[in-house]
Design a protein around this ligand. Structure first.
Ligand code: SF4
Length: 228
């Protein structure tokens, strides 16, 4: 099944689903809800169409935070879903700490290239004290896309000195292609609706939601949003 899977057709069908969900979206709750539905759909498709033994070989586990120092791109609605998830799950004191950490990561990493980000080893704002993803149920599609079959190689890559020889990390390619296809379909849907379908840095987008009242309203109004 997975060898013949048509990822281009999947992108197209994901775009159609996203257009139908976001065409009438008028509130932050609907933006977050539409995003949750799309993410649930792609996770369901992963289980339906992915090869079970291959999925079982993925070594990523809670508490492994090796790759959570990379730049992560999100679509703005994904950030809205994360923002609402945090507001619902955390107490005010916890939320304040996370909010400060998001701002710190945004300021430190916003302008960094992918290589520069690896070099400074700045952890994601959403890692908790046990090295687990605080927003795991709401994490971005591109975090879902990255897997590893050999965690030792992940460590080797992120600790290698600059300009080291490239190392290829074996991963579940079906999962990567499926999540990437969903991301592209989602982005195309937003653009087709006149909404912002650009890639945002994760901390920058969530920081904006914490610091700019009405940021989701601006998104829904189709305004080009400043990323500073
Ligand atoms: S959002 Fe979660 S999975 Fe993604 S980089 Fe951050 S901690 Fe890791």
């Amino acid at each position: 099944m997975t060898a013949s899977f048509d990822f281009t057709a999947y992108t197209d069908s994901f775009q159609i689903a996203a257009v139908s969900l976001f065409d009438e979206a008028a509130t932050p709750v609907e933006v977050a809800g539409g995003t949750y539905l799309l993410v649930a759909a792609v996770e369901y498709d992963l289980l339906c169409f992915g090869d079970r033994p291959a999925l079982d070989r993925v070594a990523c586990r809670p508490g492994c935070q090796t790759c959570c120092i990379l730049n992560v791109s999100v679509l703005f609605p994904e950030a809205v879903a994360i923002y609402r998830f945090l507001k619902k799950r955390l107490k005010d004191s916890e939320l304040q700490l996370v909010r400060e950490r998001i701002r710190e990561v945004h300021v430190r990493t916003h302008w960094l290239t992918d290589d520069e980000r690896i070099e400074i080893h700045e952890p994601c704002a959403f890692l908790d004290e046990h090295g687990r993803c605080l927003i795991h149920p709401a994490r971005p599609l591109l975090c879902r896309s990255v897997t590893s079959l050999e965690p030792d190689l992940c460590v080797e890559v992120v600790t290698a000195p600059p300009f080291s020889e490239a190392v290829t990390i074996p991963m579940n390619l079906f999962q990567k292609n499926l999540m990437d296809a969903a991301y592209v379909g989602f982005s195309s849907a937003l653009e087709a609706l006149g909404l912002d379908g650009r890639a945002w840095r994760l901390a920058t987008a969530v920081n904006r939601l914490f610091s700019v009242p009405g940021a989701t309203g601006e998104f829904l109004a189709g305004k080009a949003i400043s990323r500073n």
